[in-house]
Every structure is written in C-alpha cells, then in structure tokens.
Ligand binder design. Structure first.
Ligand SMILES: [Zn+2]
Length: 419
C-alpha cells in the first residue's frame, strides 16, 4: 500500500465514522410499525391495534395489525399502547427569512410533529424558493406564498406588493405566478383605520387573475363585512377567522353557497396562564424560563378569544372546512392551536382532521395529510391518545417524515446547548 493510498483510506474511514451515526438513524427496506392505535386523518374511527407498512418513504399498507404481515426481511417496530397520527400541516406561518434561521425553524417544526409549513406572503427574494426545493435534514417541508398583496401600508413591512389599481393587482399575481408560488396571499384590513384597505375591485382582480393561473387565494381579514365581500368575489380561503362581530345568517349562507372555501381560524391568545414545560426539549433552559415567565394570565385577551371561538364553532357547525394555521413563528404553536380549536368547540377528531388532511388539501400537498396506502410515511407516534385529551399531541414519542425518523435527541442536544 503506497502512502497515498493509505492516506486516502484513512480519510475515507474518517469520513465514514462521521457519517455512520447519521446512517444508523436512517432506515432502509420495509418497516412494519405495529400495535398502535392509528388515527388516519380521514373521517373515520381510529384503527385500534393497527399497523403501518412503510417502504421507500411511502405507506404501503395501513390496517389492522392482524391483517398485515411483515414481509421477509422487514424490520418490525412494536408500538403497543402508542397512538399514531399523520404529521401536522401548518398552513399559516411567518418563519425566519434567513437560511440558518429557516433551517432551524423547519427542524423545530419537525421535532414537534409538523411535516409541512406554509410561509404566508412575507418572503422576498430567492431564499424561500431555494428552500422549497431543498430537503432540510430532520426538517419540515417548506411552502411559500412569496410576496402577498395589500394596499400601501407605510411604516408596515414593504415586503408585500402595495397595489392601488386592478392592473397593478393583476401584475403582482402574474409575477408571483411566474415564480410558481404555492398560494396567493392578500391582506384586507385597515388596521384600526390606519390604512385604506384592499377594495373589492382590487381583491376581485387578484382572485380572478390567480384563478386564471390555477392559484388559490387566501385572505387575511378582520371584519365580517369583508368576509362577505370576499366570499362573493370567489375567495378560496381565510387565513384568519372573523374577529369584529359574531357571524350572521348572511355569512353562513355565503359559506354554504361556496362549499370549497377553507377557514384557518388562527385563534388568538386565550389569555390564560399555560405550562410550557413540554417544549423544554427545544430550548436552552434559560430561554424556556423566559418563555414560561411570559405565559401568564391576560384577562384582557379573553373577550377576543371568546368571540373568535364562537365564530369558529358556528362555522364548523355549518359545515365549513377548517384547517390549522398558527401565524407568526411559534415553533410549538400547532399544539396550542389544536387545543384552542377544541376549547372553541371542535371535537379532538375534527381538530386533528383540520390539522392534517384539510391543511394538506389547502396547500395542494396531495401526498401527505392522511395515513393511507400510497401517501408519504409522514407520521407522529404519541405516548397517549389525543382523542381522550387533545393536549396529548404534545406527548411525542417519535416523528417520521418520508419514512425517516427525525433525530429528536440529536436536535434537542443541539438546542438545549444553545445552538
Ligand atoms: Zn399571518
């Protein structure tokens, strides 16, 4: 062996040693996950004593444990007493706009069982599109609405388009469509009288042009009257609930005549002190302490929550499709939103369908959101049943995205050390 060969060999072995811990965590070949209760994300009762057969990142079979045999050579993972849900889909967030921050945001989402995250209208430049095309190791999938559209809001972010004519509105949509955004976002809100909000001729132009490009439009709203105008104009989704007054018969009728519209209620702070000890795996202890110190009672917030909760319950009762969104950049927010939706009146099963199947459909993620053969193996293994208590979604045993386990222990060690 020449010196050079020996050097190459040593280098190769060193590289392998670095790569090995990572390789060990990855699975290859078929794996049968068996014995758990499976909540499929569809409108059906859970499968008690269920099994998932996963191969090549996909679900090959989903059913009762007794009906699915492990193929020869398959690895078998016994999950008796656990509950499996589809990975969560967050349809409304504003994650970091720098690469390092966004990678961390996506990994923190994956750590907490979120499989896909939609950045809703505050992305300028190329990064969001590069990240959408990237598989972030141990990270959630990323989707973007690029730059959203509003009227001039001087002093507020200038990332969105500021449009004042229907032609400008159409041009904005054409530019975003050329970038192949996943959704078009608009804001229809005068922010307590500070701005002139997007008018019906402007948002109608956005909706019409978006539909001509095969894109859905989702609207940030505050007022009932704007919800009505937008429904009449053909809006596809609301990124917030109705926040000024209780819903009325007219808006219920409008929702009924537009049955494909999706509501993302995005409930506000309940104003109640909360225990955040369950997020301790994702933060250095000092940061968790700061976060916990802020999670105190805010009685003044409770009326706003109560109003939006009533509106959510009324719209859900009327059969409106609900999906989950958290707004902002709270990496554990999906679990709080699930609980808030249940406090508002959804059943845990309805809240889970909203957070999985319905969110995936809104984002056109046809390969995830439910646990059925052919879909990606994106799922969360829980230590307790969320149908008993929705907060059990926080008791995460493991997360799998595209069939691969998220290295939760490795991520946690990194973050708790403050990196
Ligand atoms: Zn938002």
């Amino acid at each position: 062996m020449t010196l050079r060969t020996r050097f190459l060999l040593t280098t190769l072995l060193a590289m392998l040693a670095v790569a090995l811990p990572r390789l060990r965590a990855q699975t290859s070949g078929p794996v049968l996950y068996t014995g758990a209760r499976i909540i499929t994300g569809q409108d059906r009762p859970p499968i008690e004593q269920g099994a998932l057969l996963v191969d090549g990142g996909r679900l090959v079979r989903v059913g009762r444990a007794g009906d699915i045999k492990a193929p020869t050579g398959a690895q078998v993972v016994t999950l008796t007493g656990k509950t499996i849900i589809p990975a969560l889909i967050d349809t409304h967030a504003h994650p970091s706009t720098d690469r390092e921050g966004l990678v961390r945001d996506l990994q923190r989402r994956a750590y907490f069982g979120v499989g896909a995250l939609m950045s809703l209208g505050t992305d300028k430049g190329d990064l969001a599109f590069q990240m959408r095309a990237t598989v972030v190791p141990d990270g959630a999938r990323f989707r973007t609405a690029g730059r959203g559209i509003t009227t001039p809001e001087p002093g507020r972010s200038d990332v969105p388009y500021w449009v004042t004519t229907p032609e400008q509105a159409r041009q904005a949509v054409r530019e975003q469509a050329a970038l192949k955004v996943d959704l078009i976002k608009i804001w229809v809100d005068d922010r307590d009288g500070k701005y002139v909000k997007l008018s019906p001729p402007l948002y109608s132009a956005v909706i019409d042009e978006s539909h001509a490009h095969g894109l859905k439009v989702t609207a940030h709203i505050f007022n009932l009257s704007d919800a009505k105008g937008l429904l009449a104009a053909g809006i596809d989704a609301f990124a917030h609930g109705i926040r000024d007054v209780d819903v009325d018969a007219e808006v219920l009728a409008l929702f009924k005549s537009h049955p494909r519209v999706v509501l993302v209620p995005n409930l506000p702070d309940r104003g109640v002190a909360t225990d955040l000890s369950w997020v301790d795996g994702a933060l250095p202890p000092a940061e968790l302490a700061k976060l916990q110190a802020g999670a105190v009672d805010h009685p003044e917030a409770r009326a706003a929550f109560a109003l939006q909760a009533r509106n959510l319950a009324a719209l859900a009762r009327a059969g409106v499709t609900i999906a989950l969104g958290t707004d902002g950049n709270t990496f554990y927010g999906a679990h709080q939103e699930l609980e808030d939706m249940v406090i508002a009146g959804l059943t845990p099963a309805q809240a889970l369908v909203a957070a999985t199947r319905n969110g995936a459909a809104l984002l056109n993620l046809t390969d995830t959101g439910t646990l059925e053969a052919g879909k990606r193996a994106d799922f969360v293994v829980l230590d307790a049943n969320p149908l008993d208590a929705i907060a059990n979604t926080r008791r995460i045993h493991a997360v799998y995205l595209h069939g691969q386990p998220i290295d939760r222990a490795g991520l946690s060690a990194q973050w708790r050390g403050g990196r």
